[in-house]
Design a protein around this ligand. Structure first.
Ligand SMILES: N[C@H](CCC[C@H](N)C(=O)O)C(=O)O
Length: 289
């Protein structure tokens, strides 16, 4: 089976995109296809696969699969690239429209120039903050309680956890210096920690000021990536919860691949603005299983 694909990235967080308006994938083969296309040696090379589809609830639907084949519930960089792609392909004609992700529906706005989209704004909605919503194991905690600057001991390290769900789970740790943050050492351990029954994306954040954060990430199912849109949103929410940042102010998040501009509104909605870039188009030879 020859599958047309487009490779796009948001600040270096890159995926292989397949247009489900044109290509039908068998449900059972998608995880293996995601693993295959993500493999830089035996496939194409990416952080995962994103499948754009028609939606019955919104203008277009996004399904995201990590490098390991697991399906994510949301993807900020993916949403911006889907918004770009859907507009440029003519599946949407307005510059404001809705995208359905597994975790819910978001409002997207594109800013086309000569029919091409480079910048996208997404209203990511309201974060989920209750321990049971992250989700985290509650044990002897109140399931309705929030997890803000809570001691979190792991692998002999004494960290302080702020947990945020942007439809997908994030463990945010504030550190003195992003350059010495233990992403490689602790990311894979925390990702699979039993306290997170669905696994977790792991972010380390250095506060430069209330309006500027440095950020590194170990993504659930993909490992270290150059950027994580939902993670950057979670970092901003965590910064507000910890009193470093202020609601209503736009915060610059410096990720390894570049900057995202994120604000949390008075009614707790998280607005993310940033780039979406197309790298290549091609045909993937997929021996249907
Ligand atoms: N690894 C994430 C999905 C991708 C999120 C990230 N690439 C983004 O831009 O938000 C998860 O399993 O929840």
């Amino acid at each position: 089976m020859k599958i047309p694909f487009t490779k796009m990235h948001g600040l270096g967080n890159n995926y292989i995109y397949i247009d489900g308006f044109q290509v039908h994938l068998e449900e059972s083969e998608i995880p293996q296809l995601a693993r295959k296309v993500s493999d830089v040696n035996f496939g194409i090379g990416s952080d995962g696969l994103i499948y754009m589809l028609p939606s019955e609830k919104a203008d277009v639907r996004m399904r995201i699969f990590n490098k390991d084949g697991s399906e994510g519930k949301n993807c900020g960089n993916g949403l911006r690239c889907i918004a770009k792609w859907a507009y440029e392909l003519g599946y949407v004609t307005d510059t404001s429209f809705q995208i359905e992700a597994k975790s819910g529906i978001v409002d997207a706005e594109v800013f086309p120039e000569n029919g091409l989209v480079e910048q996208v704004s997404i209203d990511m909605g309201v974060p989920l903050l209750k321990r049971r919503e992250i989700p985290m194991v509650v044990d002897n905690y109140d399931p309705e309680s929030r997890v803000v600057n809570e001691p979190f001991l792991v692998a002999d390290a004494e960290l302080n956890l702020t947990a945020v769900s942007m439809g997908n789970p994030h463990a945010v740790f504030f550190v003195e210096s992003i350059d010495s943050s233990p992403v490689e050492e602790l990311g894979p351990i925390i990702e699979k920690d039993d306290r997170f029954p669905d696994g977790v994306n792991v972010e380390f954040v250095e506060v430069v000021s209330g309006k500027e954060l440095h950020f590194r990430v170990w993504e659930r199912g993909s490992g270290i990536t150059q950027a994580c849109g939902t993670g950057a949103c979670a970092a901003v929410v965590a910064s507000v919860l910890n009193g470093y940042s202020t609601v209503g102010e736009e915060i610059t998040v410096h990720l390894e691949g570049g900057d995202l501009f994120i604000s949390m509104t008075e009614n707790q909605r998280v607005i993310m603005r940033g780039p979406a870039e197309k790298v290549a188009e091609g045909i993937f030879n997929w021996p249907s299983i």
